[in-house]
Design a protein around this ligand. Structure first.
Ligand code: ZN
Length: 260
């Protein structure tokens, strides 16, 4: 099996030059699940995906943007067409300017959609980990993918025990705590992400290109004590399982990869 690198969480809309980043992704054949923050960034992400056979656009309302939602029903068209949902969630650290009840109302509405449609959803949990886990209990058929978790280990253990997938990214390189969380995580639940283009620079690095995913997979492999190619293969296999479920989506037509 030919394994591709998979970046399961990145913000292509946030790059200044959309065609350049799409070109780099195509050149390196990186399967890219591209998150959005709101309707506007989703539309931009969809345009990028239309021009790239490697990009899967996903719709979500980031907790930071939840106070921009004036009508929950206005999200339905976008939720319905998006094969995977993301980025959604709660944040009590960086997004405190948006009251938690406002964040929760939007998160709950979108989780209900994911529950009814049995969809995968990429979830942000910063400093609201226990509350996220609590809210997920009401939506057992939603399929959470926990993104860049760095909260309490006992809550993380509960999420792993529920079988949730979790993404690991550029912080694996910098943080012993993240390395510990990764050690706890069975390889069958590990996905890779860059959270480009801002995260690596925020952590003190310089690489904000799609190729950063190669280093991330190398870092994960080092923590797990396996080869980079074995790691890439397992993560690709995990990603295939998720993407195979959404392959009939209109937004996945004409992609370079086939999951049959
Ligand atoms: Zn993100």
């Amino acid at each position: 099996m030919n394994a591709y690198y998979v970046d399961f969480h990145t913000h292509l809309h946030a790059y200044p030059d959309h065609s350049q980043v799409a070109e780099e992704i195509g050149e390196h054949k990186i399967i890219t699940v591209a998150a959005s923050m709101d309707i506007e960034s989703y539309k931009a992400t969809k345009r990028i995906a239309q021009g790239s056979p490697w990009v899967i656009p996903t719709f979500g309302i980031h907790p930071e943007k939840s106070d921009t939602v004036t009508s929950l029903a206005s999200l339905d068209t976008y939720l319905d067409e998006s094969p995977i949902i993301g980025e959604i969630g709660l944040d009590e650290c960086w997004c405190r300017q948006v009251p938690l009840p406002v964040q929760e109302k939007v998160f709950e509405y979108i989780l209900d959609h994911c529950h009814r449609k049995r969809k995968y959803c990429v979830i942000h949990t910063k400093d609201a980990e226990a509350r996220v886990l609590e809210m997920l209990k009401s939506f057992p058929d939603a399929k959470p993918i926990i993104h860049w978790y760095d909260g309490p280990a006992d809550i993380f253990r509960k999420m792993l025990n529920k079988g949730y997938y979790t993404t690991f990214g550029c912080q694996v390189f910098y943080s012993d705590y993240i390395k510990e969380l990764l050690k706890m995580t069975p390889m069958e639940q590990v996905l890779s992400e860059t959270d480009n283009p801002d995260s690596e620079k925020w952590l003190g690095g310089t690489d904000d290109t799609p190729l950063l995913i190669h280093r991330v997979v190398r870092d994960i492999a080092a923590v797990k004590g396996i080869s980079e190619s074995a790691c890439c293969k397992t993560i690709y296999g995990n990603s295939r399982k998720i993407l195979a479920r959404v392959r009939s989506s209109r937004l996945l037509k004409n992609k370079a990869f086939k999951f049959t």
